[in-house]
Design a protein around this ligand. Structure first.
Ligand code: FMN
Length: 156
C-alpha cells in the first residue's frame, strides 16, 4: 500500500488548510493510500524517513526579523534535529506558501530545495507553491494532488 508521510508547519493555519485539502482529496480518490501527518514542532529527524514518499509543507516566514525563511518550526527541525539526516535518495514532495506583499515571495521553495540538495533528497514532483490566501485555491491543490498520487504509485 503506498504511503505518504507529511510534516508541516503552519503559523496561522493556511498551510494546514492546504494539507487538509490534499489529504481529503487523496483519501477520496485513492482510499487505499496510507496517509499520515505530524507538525514540525513534534517531529524528530528520523520522522523524515517515514513513508514511501515524504511531504514537507511550510509557509515562508521571517526568522529573527529577516524575511524569506521557512516557518520557524520547520527551520528548526531541518537545521537542528534533522541536521545530520541522510535522505539517501528518498522521494520528497514540497508544499510552500507565501504572499506577494513580501519581497521574498515564496522563497521557502529555495530553502526547501537547499535542504534536499544537502541531504540527498530527491524532489519527486514539481513543488506546489501557493501564493496569497489559499482559500479559493483548492482546485490547484487537488490538481497537484493528482500528480503526487502518480509519484506515490511509482515510488511505492
Ligand atoms: C511575519 C510574516 C512574515 C512573512 N514573510 C513572508 C515572506 O518572506 N515571503 C512570503 O512569500 N510570504 C511571507 N509571509 C506570508 C505567509 O507565508 C502567508 O501568509 C502564508 O499563507 C501563511 O501560512 P501559515 O498560516 O500556514 O503559516 C509572511 C507572513 C508573516 C505574518
Amino acid at each position: 500500500m503506498p504511503s505518504l508521510h507529511t510534516i508541516y508547519a503552519s503559523t496561522s493555519g493556511n498551510t494546514e488548510h492546504v494539507v487538509d485539502v490534499l489529504f481529503d482529496h487523496i483519501q477520496e480518490t485513492h482510499p487505499e493510500f496510507e496517509l499520515s501527518k505530524q507538525r514540525a514542532e513534534e517531529a524528530d529527524g528520523k520522522d523524515l524517513l517515514q513513508g514511501d514518499v515524504l511531504l514537507l509543507a511550510s509557509s515562508t516566514w521571517n526568522y529573527d526579523a529577516v524575511e524569506g525563511y521557512l516557518n520557524m518550526h520547520m527551520r528548526e527541525l531541518l537545521e537542528q534535529r534533522a541536521g545530520d539526516i541522510d535522505l539517501a535518495g528518498r522521494p520528497v514532495a514540497l508544499v510552500i506558501l507565501g504572499d506577494d506583499r513580501y519581497y521574498y515571495t515564496g522563497r521557502g521553495t529555495e530553502r526547501f530545495m537547499q535542504f534536499l540538495m544537502s541531504h540527498n533528497g530527491k524532489s519527486c514532483t514539481m513543488p506546489l507553491i501557493v501564493i496569497n490566501d489559499p482559500y479559493g485555491q483548492e482546485g490547484k491543490v487537488k490538481e497537484w494532488g493528482d500528480k503526487l498520487v502518480k509519484q506515490l504509485t511509482i515510488n511505492s
